[in-house]
Design a protein around this ligand. Structure first.
Ligand code: C2E
Ligand code: CA
Ligand code: CA
Length: 396
């Protein structure tokens, strides 16, 4: 069964447009080919069902156009076409997904008529009819933009504990969205989307400012604030001025840069290593510490680990959780501790929930632990109370 397809093509190569049009019309579809973004946007109507989009074009590139389609809440199915390597297609598809667009296929150039016909045929089957974008997602995108202006983000803090002495090594700031109606929303529900919408830098600076202004409250008796760990999206590590700005904000709040740790997820760090290495090096030159977060999930090679100027490694909680029942996870934890130490890093275990896990980690020489065994991440005032009772407990 076929449905009434209205296809729109954007490709700067006239030949490609003609080739696709001929095939589509041959299958009984209505089809328009355009060669520039302006004509494309004029030809795009609400009843366009399928878009074939070239990612590489002079003037406006396909990525920019995807962003625009996302903003316009485009409901058509999209097929990405490109001569560039597959990874670019994959990244573009991921971006489209967070923008709420519906990608139904890729065509790697040069493609054959049969491949094209296959995609056109599939996209006209009812199962792959343009997916109506859930209204909730559209509103959320707008709400996220507003949330920044309305200052709806708050930080909760979770302590990092020195396994050998029980002392507080530092606190990790974890962002939450205090939604006026829906209550507290956790970062896994909005960080990815903010990256896709290009809002992650702004959020990053909000977190940096707030964290540095709040950490002073957690000072112990001698007035020293604990180390502050901040999660930073790898996408924010593109501006060479970032280390300077970070240091100047720290100074404004009387925090020494050496008391700040930037945590970056291992998998993303490895993917973007060559692009971010200069910024990482600059951060270290200014004494800011670096932590490889979620270690074990990103397949970093020893050679790569050696060149990352990290001071800390955080073993992902998925390994910590099962390390006593799963042989593989136990080996992973043991080897991570060894490797971290060999590279001169402090090793922290995340997601420690039981005393047994803590004892096991102590035995293996792990330096620090973080997890519900001590406390969940807490709002600043609650952490202040928690720290008081915890510290007095240490003395006895
Ligand atoms: P993460 O950096 O790995 O943070 C640790 C997560 O583990 C936190 O989730 C924390 O609440 C949770 N956790 C801590 N102890 C335990 C435990 O004992 N058991 C279990 N099951 N979980 C535990 P949360 O706060 O939901 O944060 C999720 C992720 O969001 C973070 O993972 C981090 O990658 C990201 N994130 C948080 N804040 C920020 C931020 O300010 N900027 C950016 N870019 N990402 C952030
Ligand atoms: Ca973290
Ligand atoms: Ca982590």
């Amino acid at each position: 069964m076929t449905v009434n397809q209205k296809i729109l093509i954007l490709d700067d190569e006239v030949d490609v447009g003609e080739f696709v049009s001929a095939a589509a019309q041959g299958m009984g579809f209505e089809c328009t080919a355009t060669t520039d973004a302006t004509t494309f946007l004029k030809a795009l109507t609400p009843d366009t069902t399928l878009i074939l989009l070239d990612l590489m074009m002079p003037g406006m590139d396909g990525i920019e156009l995807l962003r625009l389609l996302g903003e316009q809440k485009c409901k058509a199915s999209i097929v990405l076409m490109s001569g560039v390597d597959k990874r670019v297609l994959k990244t573009a598809a991921q971006l489209a997904q967070v923008l709420g667009l519906s990608i139904v296929g890729h065509l790697q150039k040069p493609f054959r008529l049969t491949e094209l016909e296959g995609i056109l045929a599939r996209s006209s089957e009812p199962a792959t009819l343009p997916i109506v974008q859930p209204e909730a997602q559209i509103t959320q995108n707008e709400e996220l933009r507003n949330a920044i202006e309305r200052d709806e983000f708050v930080l909760h803090y979770q302590p990092l504990i020195d396994i050998a002495t029980g002392r507080i090594l530092g606190v990790e700031a974890l962002v939450r969205w205090q939604h006026p109606e829906r209550g507290l929303i956790f970062p896994d529900n909005f960080i990815g989307r903010m990256e896709g919408l290009g809002l992650i830098d702004e959020l990053g600076w909000i977190v940096v400012n707030r964290g540095l202004s709040e950490v002073g409250q957690f000072a112990n008796g001698d007035g020293r604030a604990p180390m502050l760990s901040l999660n930073e999206s790898v996408y924010s590590l593109h501006d060479l001025k970032l280390p300077d700005i970070l240091v100047s904000i720290a100074e404004k709040y009387g925090i020494s840069p050496g008391n700040v740790t930037i945590e970056i997820t291992e998998s993303r760090l490895i993917e973007e290593l060559s692009r971010t290495l200069d910024i990482l090096a600059r951060l270290r030159m200014k004494q800011v510490k670096l932590s490889i977060d979620d270690f074990g999930t990103g397949y970093a090679m020893m050679q790569q680990l050696k060149i990352i100027p990290a001071t800390e490694m955080k073993i992902d909680r998925s390994f910590v959780q099962d390390m006593q029942s799963s042989e593989q996870d136990r080996i992973m934890v043991e080897k991570s501790i060894e490797m971290g130490h060999e590279l001169g890093m402090n090793v922290i275990a995340e997601g420690v929930e039981t005393q047994e896990q803590l004892d096991f980690l102590r035995l293996k020489g792990c330096d620090g632990a973080q997890g519900y065994l001590f406390t969940r991440p807490l709002p600043p005032a609650e952490l202040v109370s928690w720290l008081k009772t915890y510290r007095s407990g240490l003395v006895h």
